[in-house]
Design a protein around this ligand. Structure first.
Ligand SMILES: Nc1ncnc2c1ncn2[C@@H]1O[C@H](COP(=O)(O)OP(=O)(O)O)[C@@H](O)[C@H]1O
Ligand code: SF4
Ligand SMILES: [Mg+2]
Length: 351
């Protein structure tokens, strides 16, 4: 059964103008119609370039952003219908891990106080020493860490403290927003391993957000690729790497270096032209069409592609591209970035 279901979710932020910001002149469509589901005990990776709406999606799932349209259903309950008291009880079951989870904390707060804070806030009676020691042990930190301060730790250790804080209330779902993006590559693997180990021990369900496909590959059962507020492809992790279907996913994968120099020299590299368009004015039709090397007149411009299983494809692997079959078979060839620039005037800059 799905622990989390996101249906038709939209989060639009008003753009205000005027002396006292009294006029709404448009909306940033940060999340613009997202459907997702995560089974209990599984991990969904969410990837896409900076600004595509990943953090907003994560925060909206936890009801930390106002939802414009659509719903978030957690363990069978639609969260948008809940009053404050019920939402508080639900929030205990869902926690977030941030890129630098200690950045916002008072530097004079000891680790022991950081870890007991959620317990205190949710009305759990102290003393908390035993639980703090247990949490430190779970994340691989010594008991002596309790009396130290966040700035005394390395980046990887700080993230361990952040993870300990997130699991303090025995949550079921953890949304980890770029949990290793700020860490050295060698440390990234240790933190990813810790997350996997805790998932196994505590039966956790994860949504792991990253801007880099390489990071989520091993930890994710399924991966959703986002572009400009929308999900363009969802697949079991291996299927996505072995057979990416969406032109945007192909371009992301082609940017990951391959250690074997011979393969590296000969493989396809897809260069996208231009920047991500403004989320205040996403392109019509396929929102990727302004950068897509495979785009076709006039359908890509006129018709919004919906997530679907391509003909003869794996039912768990969906893609939002009109031409997924023709791109996969090679029947359609990508334009070079130069040709692409020549065939259509560049869009006005975002903003
Ligand atoms: N509170 C906000 N008010 C207005 N715009 C916002 C707000 N939060 C995010 N945005 C905009 O929404 C879009 C998505 O942002 P975000 O969810 O942070 O993307 P990501 O996490 O993928 O980098 C961006 O264009 C960003 O500028
Ligand atoms: S629908 Fe067209 S523009 Fe969009 S990804 Fe597919 S080929 Fe590219
Ligand atoms: Mg973000």
């Amino acid at each position: 059964m799905s622990l989390l279901e996101v249906r038709g979710l939209k989060v639009h932020f008003p753009i205000k103008k005027g002396i006292v910001l009294e006029r709404t002149v448009g909306h940033v469509r940060a999340v613009d119609g997202v459907d997702l589901s995560v089974e209990k005990g599984r991990t969904l990776g969410v990837v896409g370039e900076s600004g595509c709406g990943k953090s907003t999606l994560g925060r909206a799932i936890l009801q930390l952003e106002p939802i414009t349209e659509g719903s978030v259903v957690f363990d069978g309950t639609d969260l948008s219908g809940l009053g404050n008291k019920d939402l508080r009880a639900m929030r205990k079951r869902m926690q977030m891990v941030f890129q630098d989870p200690l950045a916002s904390l008072d530097p004079r707060q000891s680790v022991s106080s950081v870890l007991s804070e959620p317990l205190r806030t949710h009305g759990i009676k102290g003393p908390y020493d035993a639980r703090v020691r247990e949490l430190l042990d779970l994340v691989g930190l010594p008991a002596t860490a309790a009396n130290r301060y966040p700035h005394e730790f390395s980046g990887g250790q700080r993230q361990r403290v952040g993870i300990a804080r997130a699991i303090a209330l025995n949550p079921e779902l953890i949304i980890a927003d770029e949990p290793v993006s700020a860490l050295d590559v060698s440390i990234q693997a240790q933190v990813v391993n810790l997350l996997e180990e805790l998932q196994e021990r505590l039966g956790l369900t994860y949504v792991v957000i990253a801007h880099d496909l390489a990071v989520v590959r091993h930890i994710s059962d399924d991966i959703a690729v986002m572009y400009l507020g929308a999900v363009v492809e969802v697949s079991p992790s291996e299927g996505l790497y072995d057979e990416p279907l969406h032109p945007y996913t192909r371009s992301l994968l082609s940017a990951i270096p391959i250690p074997d120099p011979e393969v590296e020299d000969t493989r396809e590299r897809i260069l996208l032209r231009g920047d991500i368009p403004s989320a205040a004015a996403p392109p019509p039709g396929c929102r990727f069409h302004t950068r897509c090397p495979w785009r076709q007149p006039t359908r890509c411009h006129d018709e919004v592609p919906l997530l679907r299983v391509p003909e003869g494809g794996d039912p768990g692997h969906t893609v939002a591209c009109h031409w997924a079959e023709q791109v996969a078979s090679g029947e359609l060839q990508p334009m070079s970035a130069a040709d692409s620039l020549a065939t259509e005037p560049a869009l006005p800059p975002a903003g």
